[in-house]
Design a protein around this ligand. Structure first.
Ligand code: F6R
Length: 239
């Protein structure tokens, strides 16, 4: 696992965007795995800026998002589809029909999603954030390392962490559909970004914890091409 340490979340965004942009330049029809949440926002801002300056085109790129809340349609303002449209897709030249986010309303989506990824040739580069409890995607502690895309129940800690985006905690859906840990590990390259002091414990587990389903992120220790970008606060428990 390659570790890149930077000063703050803005530098993390720049560093991640530079890697993504290089991969797209090398392979314009890149299959890119994407995440939602606060962490990748500075990265998406840099990608949008590169695009607006004419330095980067997504016209041949295909994207697959990690997860979606169950029961929310793509037009719901808290759905991850809506988030991606607002924070990235509508600001770049990607073809919307080449952007995939699990359909939170389709009961068969879990079985379809890994097939869709395989049909696209597999994910070349998967972007990840990191949950406080070490989750990646919505794979909460205890999820099998062999999991493919599946329906998950969200833990209290995740519902609590995500309540900030909803009017109240009660409105946060208690289920999501998420690419599994095996689906994520199938990506040819992985780029995880973690910023902020509240991620320091999960980062310490990710880098030097024992391989354990209790800390889902530890599976990344076994990936042959995984880079993690950390700001100073997130890296603070590493020494
Ligand atoms: C989002 C996702 C989650 C987040 C994680 C961190 O698509 O899969 O695993 O990456 O919960 O969220 P933030 O970045 O908001 O701290």
């Amino acid at each position: 696992m390659k570790v890149i340490k930077v000063k703050n979340s803005e530098e993390a965004g720049l560093s991640a965007a530079t890697i993504i942009s290089n991969r797209i330049h090398n392979k314009p029809n890149l299959v890119l795995g994407l995440a939602t949440g606060s962490t990748p926002l500075p990265t998406y801002e840099c990608l949008i800026a590169d695009h607006k300056q004419g330095k980067l085109s997504f016209v041949n790129v295909t994207t697959f998002n990690l997860d979606e809340y169950r029961g929310l349609s793509g037009s719901h303002p808290q759905s991850y589809r809506f988030f991606m449209n607002e924070n990235l897709f509508k600001n770049i030249d990607i073809r919307l029909d080449k952007t995939f986010v699990p359909n939170g309303l389709d009961p068969n989506e879990a079985t379809n999603y890994d097939n869709l990824i395989a049909q696209a040739g597999g994910i070349d580069l998967q972007i990840l954030g990191l949950g406080l409890n070490g989750h990646i995607g919505f794979n909460e502690p205890g999820t099998s390392f062999n999991s493919l895309t599946h329906i998950v129940g969200l833990t209290d800690s995740t519902i609590e962490a995500n309540a900030r985006f909803f009017d109240s905690k009660d409105e946060v859906p208690n289920q999501a559909i998420s690419m599994g840990l095996k689906s994520i590990m199938n990506a040819k390259e992985i780029l995880l970004i973690a910023t902020g002091k509240n991620k320091a414990q999960a980062v310490a587990q990710l880098v030097k914890g024992n391989l354990s389903e209790e800390w889902p992120c530890t599976i990344l220790q076994t990936h042959p091409n995984c880079t993690i970008i950390l700001d100073e606060a997130a890296a603070s428990q590493l020494n």
